[in-house]
Design a protein around this ligand. Structure first.
Ligand SMILES: Cc1ncc(COP(=O)(O)O)c(C=O)c1O
Length: 337
């Protein structure tokens, strides 16, 4: 490869410690059949579902920075958090297996499903195969259980590093600051619009921060799939932007950065499929051979499709949909089709 064919992160990102875990750059593919069907701008998909870590997904980028930080702190054990079918938890388990670290996943039952498939298939099956220690709690018992596990690990002399749910803090979010630079480097067109699923806010905060740091001027639309009140998502993104700025100080001011969120595709609750999400999944599969999931990428794709149909992206020649992964949960959702 020549130098021009190699992605080099901006200096401030290249200076951060990183542990390689994924396959980079993930492909950026045109979706000609979906674009023709919808008749709007040309749609492209950034294949972060192909990031390589035990079926891939958006957490791999975050984990590269988080695990590097864990190693710098001398940790031998990772404790992380999520819902029962968390994709973040599964990628964390895979990263730990790859690096020979002990992994404890503390999972909350926040989706109203008690069937075997939801409890044991999909990401849960993979967590098990990846040799993670799995601890599952009702939401109300979570904090007590968490403190108990942390103190027992401490008594065993483990050097624990905690990774927040979704890997979303100032360090994890760096993964998506890197992603937007990777996109700008690889796009064979002028990138002006990104659409993606937004939940624990690290993906969106990282994209917004990287966009501002490099002055790319891209419009970033997060489709809320997690928070019943979208203001909570906005506050979380703002909080992450503040802590990124405190730590890395590469953006002049984060106060007026645009944060665009659409709540129209959330449906009844986190983890509950919507008809529009299922239709979007079928459309991506039938027209482009790409699998999405009903919790995250399917709802985000429903937003992409609807916004194009409404003509809200008509001022863009190209739209990039970041496929953040999630298909590992499909077998836990087999009964919805
Ligand atoms: C498949 C998938 N897409 C999108 C997201 C949302 O990313 P973030 O939590 O960084 O907002 C997640 C994680 O929650 C996810 O697992």
């Amino acid at each position: 490869m020549t130098a021009a064919n190699t992605f080099n992160a901006p200096d401030w990102l290249a200076a951060q410690p990183i542990v390689p875990l994924g396959h980079w750059p993930t492909p950026l593919e045109p979706l000609p059949r979906l674009s023709a069907e919808l008749g709007g701008p040309k749609i492209w998909v950034k294949r972060d579902d192909c990031s390589g870590l035990a079926t891939g997904g958006n957490k791999t980028r975050k984990l590269e920075y988080l695990i590097a930080d864990a190693q710098q702190h001398g940790a031998d054990t990772i404790v992380s958090y999520g819902a029962v079918q968390s994709n973040h938890a599964r990628q964390t388990a895979a990263a730990c297996a790859k690096l020979g670290m002990e992994c404890h996943l503390l999972l909350s039952r926040r989706v109203d499903r008690s069937d075997q498939n939801y409890q044991h298939n999909g990401n849960m099956l993979f967590n098990h195969l990846l040799n993670a220690h799995i601890h599952t709690f009702e939401l109300d018992d979570f904090e007590e259980g968490r403190l108990h596990i942390l103190s027992s690990l401490e008594q065993q002399g483990k050097k624990v590093y905690q990774i927040p749910a979704g890997g979303s803090n100032a360090i994890g979010a760096l993964g998506y600051s890197r992603c937007i630079s990777e996109l700008m480097w690889q796009a064979p067109f002028t990138l002006t619009q990104i659409v993606h699923a937004s939940a624990s806010a690290g993906t969106q905060a990282g994209l917004v921060f990287g966009n501002a740091a490099q002055d790319y001027g891209v419009d970033i639309l997060g489709i809320n799939v997690f928070h019943p009140d979208p203001d909570t998502l906005k506050q979380r993104i703002t909080g992450l932007l503040r802590s990124m700025q405190d730590r890395f100080d590469v953006v002049q001011s984060i106060e007026n950065l645009p944060i665009h969120i659409n709540h129209a595709y959330f449906g009844g609750a986190y983890g509950q499929p919507t008809q529009a999400g299922l239709d979007a999944i079928k459309m991506f599969a039938a027209l482009e051979g790409i699998l999405l999931d009903p919790v995250y990428s399917g709802k985000a794709a429903a937003g992409l499709i609807d916004q194009i149909t409404l003509g809200n992206f008509d001022n863009h020649e190209h739209v990039v949909f970041i496929h953040t992964g999630g298909t590992a949960s499909l077998s836990a959702y087999d009964s919805i089709w």
